[in-house]
Design a protein around this ligand. Structure first.
Ligand SMILES: Nc1ncnc2c1ncn2[C@@H]1O[C@H](COP(=O)(O)OP(=O)(O)OP(=O)(O)O)[C@@H](O)[C@H]1O
Length: 656
């Protein structure tokens, strides 16, 4: 399909009554192909109608241009017709006369007979023959909108612009009009640009959905391709396996925009020598969020002057990374690899320096497989690898939670140690932690690697079984860290120290066996983990492992506090770095020493720990995983070279 519309670097600035300015749109760039159906979606006031009006020629951009079929758009024209939500019919004219008015104007060179034929054809097209002599007041909303569509189509525009055309109609009428519009567009190969608030409408009608971020200075946040075959039928579309993932992508986007509005609304408050005491800290509901929950509920934040901390519960790590990248979180609980992943451009190919000065938990992960594998005598890495070799025609999908999480890195390491290439021999799919068990139950995945309580829950509920835990993979590995953007850290050094101190005290509280019941009770609150506390393993008699219910598999304890446990480790971060580079997620930086210094803020940890009177001189031993392959922290590139199963490794200078 050829390019039909080019929207080039369009800005729209409105002059306000008080003389000020409002930047509605900034740097919008979009091309639309001939015959394509594109929808614009976004929150109220984000500039959808403004953009539509600019394409229609009803308004002009402040900067940039719109080119339609090679010609700049400078005014409205008959090649573009707009259908508005409020129909815009002339009340004193009948259906036939409303349509004829437009036809007579555009086709003045045709005979009266030809013009009448066009009018009648379009009245029939939208099924309004019986109402052709009625005036708008005698029509229902759906009928009026059909007149508006017929009027728009009758002049054979090259481009149909629709501004929430079905917004005011009841669900039944809306559904039937959507189907009629789809049929007409497919028949006439019309190009359409539609503004809508309706996620399902956009998915049914569009080839692409353009999601606009909130204003001021709205821009294109993301463009979704809608791949369903045409002609489309509503039932087939909603039953397509891809429908719900596209739908949740849109809902996620719209919710994110709503949250950004709320979260940005808080002005910083400085007090007690701290640059900011009203913090928003993101977390994902896992047993590992205990230190944050405890710091809040037991008053550790407040004790260190952080009097207005708001913990923001997110369903997945992507929302955490969006919150940090967008700057509406001050800090977040993160998977151990996320600060490096950000700093090396994992989020959007542009390095965003993110630092950590505190490891909040170790352990707490496991690998679960669906129970049906037990019937095939699969109970270990070796038997799983054997099974995959025996059944090369079967594809297996395993869930991980984020590219930078230890679950992803440990699962990949475990598979590769068994001779399984994680990107060739199986499919890895990113799924939010709390949705792992449901996806395993539904058969969408064959297994997963995730933090607790989800492995234990899958085992206790007999949906899956734990095939490997931290005890077998890497006992004591870092799991979650406190992450902050480097620019935030530089602007809030005292607040950062207070935050580390509050969380270190909370970590100590979580680690004391006597507090286990209280921590469990706090975690069961819907604001935190919201799960049966029986699945939360804390405070077992055995210092290294625990057994839950009648599930006799030992699990490693979450470790929250102890000598050298919370101090960020450059060696561990270097191991993470080699694994991220091994799988091609980020380049391996030639300047890795500098990168590790920027990411791993050992000094900030030491200052905080010293101020709390804690010993800071402990060092962790060398890293050794279950396969006993030595990790050479002095020669990480040599170590990467010795790994046989890997993707292409890129080595590059990374400028932070
Ligand atoms: N003439 C104007 N003068 C000043 N501001 C304007 C003008 N027209 C629109 N705006 C502002 O520009 C922004 C974008 O408005 P627009 O109507 O395009 O949003 P929208 O996404 O279509 O909203 P909705 O979904 O509510 O219809 C809004 O904040 C609006 O207040």
């Amino acid at each position: 399909m050829t390019v039909f519309i080019e929207i080039e670097q369009v800005d729209k600035v409105f002059t306000l009554a008080d003389g000020g300015e409002y930047i509605a749109l900034e740097n919008i760039g979009l091309t639309i192909r001939k015959g394509e159906f594109v929808s614009l979606i976004g929150h109220s006031g984000c500039g959808k109608s403004t953009l539509l009006n600019i394409v229609a020629g009803l308004d002009m951009p402040t900067n940039g241009s719109v080119i339609l079929a090679g010609q700049p758009v400078v005014e409205p024209g008959p090649d573009r017709m707009v259908v508005f939500q409020n129909y815009s019919l002339l009340p004193w004219l009948t259906v036939r006369e409303n349509i004829a008015l437009a036809v007579d104007e555009v086709y003045a060179d045709k005979s009266k007979q030809e013009r009448n034929a066009i009018v009648e054809e379009h009245i029939a097209l939208v099924g309004l023959k019986a109402a052709a002599d009625s005036r708008p007041e005698q029509l229902s909303g759906g009928m009026k909108q059909r007149v508006a569509i017929a009027r728009a189509l009758a002049i054979r525009p090259q481009l149909l612009l629709l501004d929430e055309p079905f917004g005011a109609l009841d669900a039944l009428t809306r559904g039937s009009l959507q189907e009629q519009l789809m049929a007409i567009c497919e028949e006439s190969r019309l190009t359409c640009l539609m503004v809508t608030h309706d996620v399902d409408e956009a998915l049914l009608l569009s080839d692409r959905i353009v999601m606009l971020s909130n204003g001021p200075s709205s821009g294109i946040d993301q463009i979704l391709e809608v791949p369903f075959a045409r002609p489309r039928h509503r039932l087939e579309v909603v039953n397509d396996p891809g429908y719900y993932s596209l739908r949740s992508e849109m809902i996620y986007f719209l919710n994110k925009q709503k949250r950004i509005k709320q979260l940005r609304a808080r002005a910083p408050v400085a007090r007690h020598g701290l640059e900011k005491i009203n913090l928003q800290i993101g977390f994902v509901p896992l047993t590992a969020c205990a230190p944050l929950a405890i710091a809040q509920e037991k008053g550790f934040f407040a004790r260190h002057g952080l009097e207005e901390v708001r913990l923001v519960r997110e369903g997945n790590w992507r929302a955490i990374s969006d919150g940090i990248a967008g700057g509406w979180f001050d800090a977040a609980q993160m998977p151990a690899g996320m600060p490096l992943w950000f700093s090396l451009g994992g989020a959007n190919e542009k390095p965003l320096p993110v630092a950590t000065a505190l490891t909040t938990t170790r352990n707490g992960n496991a690998i679960t497989l669906a129970r049906r594998f037990l019937k095939e005598d699969i109970f270990s890495l070796e038997s799983f690898a054997d099974y995959l070799k025996r059944t090369p025609d079967l594809r297996h999908t395993l869930g991980v939670v984020h590219p930078s999480s230890m679950h992803n890195l440990l699962l990949r390491y475990w598979l590769a140690a068994g001779g399984i290439h994680p990107d060739r021999d199986v499919d890895l799919r990113t799924i939010p932690p709390a949705q792992m068990v449901a996806n395993l139950r539904a058969g969408n995945i064959d297994g997963f690697c995730v933090g607790e309580p989800w492995n234990i829950r899958a085992a206790v509920e007999q949906i899956g079984f734990t095939v490997a835990t931290d005890l077998e993979i890497w006992l004591g590995h870092p799991a979650k860290v406190l992450g902050v953007r480097e620019d935030w850290l530089v602007a809030h050094p005292n607040t950062h120290l207070a935050l580390i101190k509050a969380l270190l005290e909370a970590c100590r509280f979580c680690a004391e066996e006597a507090n286990a019941e209280e921590v469990r009770a706090i975690l069961r609150d819907p604001r935190y983990l919201d799960t049966d506390p029986a699945y939360v393993q804390l405070g077992d008699d055995d210092p290294t492992s625990c057994r839950i219910g009648d599930n006799y598999r030992p699990y490693a304890h979450h470790e929250f506090f102890g000598p050298g446990l919370n101090r960020p480790s450059r060696t561990e971060q270097l191991w993470i770095l080699t694994q991220l580079a091994r799988w091609g997620t980020v380049p391996f930086p030639r300047n890795w020493v500098e990168i590790l210094e920027r990411v791993c803020r050992v000094n900030a940890f030491s200052t905080a720990a010293r101020e709390l009177g804690l010993d800071v001189n402990y060092r962790r031993g060398p890293i050794e995983l279950f396969d006993r392959l030595p990790f050479d922290a002095d020669d990480p590139i040599g170590y990467l070279g010795r790994l046989t199963i890997k993707n292409e490794v890129y080595i590059a200078d990374v400028a932070l």
